[in-house]
Design a protein around this ligand. Structure first.
Ligand code: AMP
Length: 359
C-alpha cells in the first residue's frame, strides 16, 4: 500500500478509549478519522472528524464507511471478522487484517496458534460441556482457571478453581455447559510483563516490556523498567516480534506473559491492537504506541522508541474519576477518556508518573 498523504481518511472500527487516543494522534499527524461504532456518543466519535453509528452486521453501512476511508483499522478484538471482511470486499485495506482478529477472538485458537509458532503457554483443555470439568482439572494438577473461549475481558467470564468448594464447582460446571470454555492450568507466576510491538511493511520495532499488576483480572498499573533480567525482556520481545510476523500483522500488537520462578515465560494473552500496558509510551518514549500504530497503518516509517525516564502508569477506575480534578495538577500526565458516567470498575482514565531520569 502507498503511504497515505496527510488529509487522508483513517477509519476505525470501534469507538472506545483506544480509538479516542488513536484518533487524537492521527489528527495530530494530519489525518481525518472516521469512527464506525454501534453506540451513540462514543469516546472516540466525539473527538473524530466523522462518525457513523451502525451495528457491525450492517453490510450496507460497512460498505459506505469503507468507501469513505483510505484505510481502516480496529481498536478492539471483538469486532466481528465479517465486518472486517465486508470492508475488504468494498475495496479498502484493513490493517491489521482479519487473521489477527480470528486468532485472538477465541482463547483456544489463540493458545493453539501461539504453541504452533513455538511460544509456550500454560497447559489447557478445551471443554464442550461441564461434565468433563473434573477430569480436565485433575489432568492439569488440580488447580485451574475456567475461561469462556470468547468475549471475556478484564477477568470477566473467568472462575478460579483452586480450593475445592461445591458452590464454585457448580458455577463452573454450569458456565462450561452454557458456552464453549477453556480450562487453563493455574500459573504460580512471579510477575506479569507484556511486550508491545509495532510491525510495518519494513519491519518490527518493540517498546521495552512493562511489568503489569492486576487486581481481580483488571490492570491497575504498569511499570517500566520491569523488575526482571535483560534475557527475560529479550525473550518477550522476540516472541512478540515472531507473533506479529506469523500473523502478518500491520500495526501495534501486545503479548502478555507470566514470568515463572526461574525466569521462563508463558504467554497468557495477545491483543491485536494498542494496549493498556503501553499507555506509558506516549509520555516516556520518542514515539508512543498510538502514533506508531497510525504510522504503520498509513504506510509511514515507524518512529524511534527510546525511553527517556522510568515510569509508572496507573489506571483510574469508575468512581475514582471524581478525585481527578484535584488529585492531578499537571506534574503527572493525565489522560481521561470522556466516558459518560463512571461505570463501576471500568477504566475511565489513566495517569503516567515519571520516576527518575534515565541516564
Ligand atoms: P486474562 O483475562 O486471561 O488476561 O486474565 C486476567 C488476569 O488473571 C491475568 O493477567 C492474571 O493476573 C490472571 N490469570 C489469568 N490466567 C491465569 C492463569 N492461568 N494462572 C494464573 N493467573 C491467571
Amino acid at each position: 500500500m502507498k503511504a497515505l498523504a496527510p488529509g487522508s481518511v483513517i477509519g476505525i472500527l470501534g469507538g472506545g478509549q483506544l480509538g479516542r487516543m488513536l484518533a487524537l494522534e492521527a489528527a495530530r499527524l494530519g489525518f481525518d478519522v472516521h469512527i464506525f461504532c454501534p453506540e451513540p456518543d462514543s469516546p472516540a466519535g466525539r473527538v473524530s472528524a466523522r462518525q457513523v453509528m451502525a451495528d457491525y452486521d450492517n453490510l450496507e453501512a460497512l460498505t459506505v464507511f469503507a468507501r469513505d476511508c483510505d484505510v481502516v483499522t480496529y481498536e478492539f478484538e471483538n469486532v466481528p471478522v465479517m465486518a472486517v471482511e465486508a470492508v475488504i470486499d468494498a475495496g479498502t485495506h484493513v490493517r491489521p487484517g482479519a487473521k489477527s482478529l480470528q486468532v485472538s477472538q477465541d482463547r483456544l485458537t489463540e493458545k493453539t496458534f501461539l504453541n504452533e509458532i513455538g511460544i509456550p503457554t500454560v497447559a489447557f483443555r478445551a471443554l464442550e460441556t461441564g461434565d468433563h470439568l473434573p477430569e480436565a482439572l485433575n489432568e492439569l494438577g488440580g488447580a485451574g482457571i475456567l475461561k469462556t473461549r470468547r468475549a471475556g475481558y478484564d477477568g470477566k467470564g473467568q472462575i478460579l478453581l483452586r480450593d475445592p468448594d461445591p458452590d464454585t464447582s457448580a458455577r463452573a460446571k454450569a458456565l462450561a455447559s452454557e458456552v464453549p470454555c477453556i480450562l487453563e492450568a493455574f500459573a504460580p507466576f512471579e510477575r506479569e510483563i507484556s511486550a508491545v510491538v509495532t510491525r510495518s511493511e519494513a519491519g518490527t520495532v518493540a517498546f521495552e516490556p512493562s511489568e503489569n499488576d492486576h487486581d481481580n483480572g483488571i490492570l491497575r498499573c504498569s511499570s517500566v523498567p520491569a523488575n526482571t533480567t535483560d534475557e527475560v525482556r529479550s525473550v518477550a520481545i522476540d516472541a512478540g516480534t515472531r507473533l506479529a510476523e506469523a500473523l502478518d500483522h500491520i500495526g501495534v500488537l501486545a503479548l502478555e506473559f507470566f514470568v515463572m520462578p526461574g525466569g521462563d515465560l508463558l504467554a497468557n494473552e495477545l491483543a491485536p491492537r494498542v494496549h493498556n500496558s503501553g499507555h506509558w509510551t506516549p509520555d516516556a518514549c520518542d514515539t508512543g504506541q498510538f502514533e506508531q500504530h497510525i504510522r504503520a497503518v498509513a504506510g509511514w516509517p515507524l518512529g524511534p522508541v527510546t525511553r527517556r525516564f522510568d515510569v509508572v502508569m496507573e489506571n483510574i477506575l469508575g468512581p475514582e474519576i471524581e478525585a481527578v480534578p484535584n488529585a492531578y495538577n499537571g506534574a503527572d500526565r493525565l489522560v481521561s477518556y470522556g466516558k459518560r458516567g463512571a461505570p463501576d470498575r471500568r477504566k475511565v482514565a489513566h495517569v503516567t508518573k515519571r520516576i527518575t531520569l534515565v541516564r
